[in-house]
Ligand binder design. Structure first.
Ligand code: NAD
Ligand code: MG
Length: 301
């Protein structure tokens, strides 16, 4: 895939990355990024760090693939040590990211598990704190999305599972992390364009993203007096394994992102990472309760 020299190179954003136009493809959830055609760009060849997160200790969920993986690579190159959370079946994708973090000279702590397990948030935080020697940056990127064309076919089980991962799992993680966070720490969550423009075939997912946006803004108000800043990134269409593993109608993939976004193409995960770097760094010291939309021009309220 042609890509810019690094994230600072000035180019036409419309053609910075090719319009992927992926052929129809399906995988079982959660899918492996390595089996996608084409494989998304995590910034492996392009992300250039400049010490913006020197010495930070970050816990990132969904760090094996897609946006979370691009964030892990960017954070490491900016000087952060990283604990990576992901599902056990995603180990091969995670190995690639762990290798990238270590190649940047930083510590990578792999902690696989399922955010639906009631005890996982606590063991995840405990192990991250132990192996990183503390925690000051929590980045929640993990998310579940299932395409369901008929409203009547959206089951209680699916609705509950989506909220269990996307909303309750996030809250359990924040609650477990709080005793370790301190003034200067940050929490960054991941909503979606869907929080504002819900797609009719993703009602549970879109509602969960609206809940994440709202919960994060509420948390920002609760935690700002402790000097902990909470913010949100809301991606638009981004080429990741979430889509071909049941996230969207496989037949719609060739058009993915190109008709939806005014930019005329989907984003690559590498284009999302700088938003997370900004919100975790002290450059954003006065930014609190903000939703940073990275969606190619899909105007939000
Ligand atoms: P992805 O599939 O690469 O990443 C999602 C990750 O969520 C998986 O890798 C997995 O590790 C994790 N996850 C899912 N269920 C889990 C569970 N039960 N326990 C633990 N971890 C679990 O896809 P992505 O697009 O990079 O998704 C990252 C985030 O971005 C998600 O929150 C998603 O909703 C959000 N998002 C994506 C898009 C897009 O177009 N790709 C758009 C808007 C928002
Ligand atoms: Mg994955």
């Amino acid at each position: 895939m042609n890509a810019p020299r690094d994230q600072y190179e000035a180019t036409n954003p419309r053609t910075r990355y090719p319009n992927v136009r992926p052929e129809p493809q399906t995988q079982a959830e959660p899918g492996l990024q390595s089996e996608m055609r084409p494989v998304p760009d995590l910034g492996e060849a392009t992300y250039r760090g400049t010490g913006r997160l020197d010495g930070r200790k970050a816990l990132i969920t969904g760090a094996d693939s897609g946006i979370g993986a691009a964030v892990a690579i960017a954070f490491a190159r900016e000087g952060a040590d990283v604990a990576l959370a992901y599902l056990p079946e995603e180990q091969s994708d995670a190995d690639h990211v762990i290798e990238q973090v270590r190649a940047a000279g930083r510590t990578a702590v792999p902690i696989p598990g399922d955010l639906r397990d009631r005890g996982y948030a606590q063991t995840l935080v405990d192990q991250a704190v132990e192996e990183l020697g503390g925690l000051d940056t929590l980045v929640s990127v993990a998310g579940k999305q299932r395409w369901q064309p008929n409203v009547e076919d959206l089951t209680d089980e699916q609705f509950e599972a989506t909220f269990d991962v996307n909303v309750f799992g996030l809250f359990r993680l924040v609650r477990a992390a709080l005793p370790h966070l301190h003034p200067g720490s940050t929490i960054t969550t991941t909503a979606s364009m869907e929080a504002y423009q819900p797609a009719p075939d993703r009602l549970d997912y879109a509602a969960s993203k609206g809940a994440i946006n709202n919960l994060s803004k509420g948390l920002s108000q609760a935690l700002v007096e402790r000097g902990i800043r909470v913010n949100v990134v809301a991606p638009g269409p981004t080429w990741t394994v979430l889509q071909p593993s049941g996230g969207v109608d496989p037949e719609s993939l060739p058009d993915f992102g190109s008709s939806e976004s005014p930019m005329g193409r989907a984003a690559q995960p590498a284009e999302l990472a700088p938003a997370y770097v900004f919100l975790a760094s002290q450059e954003s010291s006065y930014v609190v309760g903000e939703t940073l939309n990275v969606n190619g021009g899909m105007v939000t309220p």
